[in-house]
Write a protein that binds this ligand. Structure first.
Ligand code: FES
Length: 197
């Protein structure tokens, strides 16, 4: 493992401690590539202290990449999904617990097949609905240890729950619900979390 990768794991572990979770962060390479971008953003003290909306310019977020934004002391995953990722979402429907998200938390505008306002931009509260760990981002195709049919998603290392790239939970795992979609809006490249009007 490179020194850069080790440093990133340390950074991620520190962030995990802040939010009180225990899972290891996935997609280290992806996150590492974006670390300067994320770290350069300093939300106001007020935004850190309370539930004020937070905004982020996501113009540097490339297709397939994920960044983590803290909001209300919770990690918010933001993924710029590719066309292939969107196409593959429907493949999972038969093996999902709640493919229509009827029992899950999301704003009305995100209650659709992509669970988002802009299909390419996933904005999700990265808290496993079992016991609250932060699932790993696993965008790869065909990960044998997860499933031979794996087409990308999130894996919670705490107790093995699996979610697709819309945060929809698989059947036969401990997590009972899809992960939450927070209210958000996107104006140009400025993403605001916690506000949608
Ligand atoms: S906290 Fe995620 S599976 Fe238990």
């Amino acid at each position: 493992m490179s020194r850069d990768s080790e440093a990133e794991i340390v950074n991620v572990s520190r962030r995990r401690m802040l939010i009180g979770t225990t899972a290891a962060m996935g997609a280290v390479g992806v996150v590492a590539a974006l670390t300067p971008f994320v770290e350069s953003w300093n939300p106001s003290a007020r935004a850190r202290a309370d539930s004020a909306p937070v905004s982020q310019d996501i113009s540097a977020l490339e297709a397939g990449q994920m960044i983590v934004i803290e909001w209300q002391k919770k990690p918010i995953y933001v993924v710029r999904r590719t066309d292939d990722m969107l196409y593959n979402l429907s493949i999972n429907d038969p093996i999902l617990r709640d493919p229509e998200s009827t029992e899950s938390k999301q704003p009305d505008y995100a209650k659709n097949e992509y669970r988002s306002r802009d299909p390419h931009i996933l904005v999700m509260v990265a808290v496993c609905t079992h016991l609250g760990c932060a699932p790993n981002y696993r965008p790869e195709i065909g990960v044998p240890e997860l499933s031979t049919d794996w087409v990308g998603g999130f894996f919670c290392a705490c107790h093995g729950s699996k979610y697709d790239l819309a945060g929809r939970v698989f059947q036969d795992v401990p997590a009972p619900r899809n992960m939450e979609i927070p209210k958000h809006k996107l104006v140009g490249n400025i993403l605001t979390i916690g506000e949608d009007a």
